[in-house]
Design a protein around this ligand. Sequence first.
Ligand SMILES: CC(C)(COP(=O)(O)OP(=O)(O)OC[C@H]1O[C@@H](n2cnc3c(N)ncnc32)[C@H](O)[C@@H]1OP(=O)(O)O)[C@@H](O)C(=O)NCCC(=O)NCCS
Length: 182
Amino acid sequence: MAWEIKNLRDLSEHERLEAGRVLVEAMAHVPHAWPDLRAAMAEVSEFLGDPTRIAFAALEDGRVRGWIGALRHSKFAWELHPLVVDPAHQRKGWGSRLLEALEKAAREAGVITIWLGADDEFGGTNLYGTDLYPDVLGRLQKLAATSGHPFTFYQRHGYVVSGVLPNVNGFGKHDILMTKRL
Ligand SMILES: CC(C)(COP(=O)(O)OP(=O)(O)OC[C@H]1O[C@@H](n2cnc3c(N)ncnc32)[C@H](O)[C@@H]1OP(=O)(O)O)[C@@H](O)C(=O)NCCC(=O)NCCS
């Protein structure tokens, strides 16, 4: 197989559409996130037009397998958003390759911290649907995956659970904050 990582800005029009499709399909378990290709292409366009954003796509034999983006909030900290792999090609290393590409770019830019919010809006962890108060951090320490939440993917890559934003997506739908020191 021939594969490459390309800056999102260097994709052809067709490849950009593929990136939009991958975003819709990979996030189908959170239907309001990017409900259709139009919403996804608006997100892709943000990365093409906004100089504070950076994104990379992974291509295999010319087909987009996934893409990763980041918001360059400061000289020292980038927010990873989003990371998506075509559902038909997950668990084949594409997510890991994309993460490595982003971290390489961040290191080269002098970034110290990459952070991300890993929402649980679909019941992927044992915190879903529960009230975290009053001992929010105590509950967070008992975090565990119940059905395929990606926070364990990030843990495998050195990311640490560093906080939680309770109920920010509705009651019991928390955003799990993760960070990595590069
Ligand atoms: C999470 C995601 C980016 C991982 O990409 P990937 O290409 O499937 O991951 P890789 O093949 O590089 O690594 C897979 C490993 O990560 C771990 N992992 C943990 N949670 C996972 C999940 N939800 N999906 C895939 N792998 C997961 C597993 O250990 C897995 O190894 P295994 O297959 O031997 O069990 C991808 O599954 C995806 O796009 N998911 C939907 C969108 C999403 O949730 N994005 C993250 C938002 S914060």
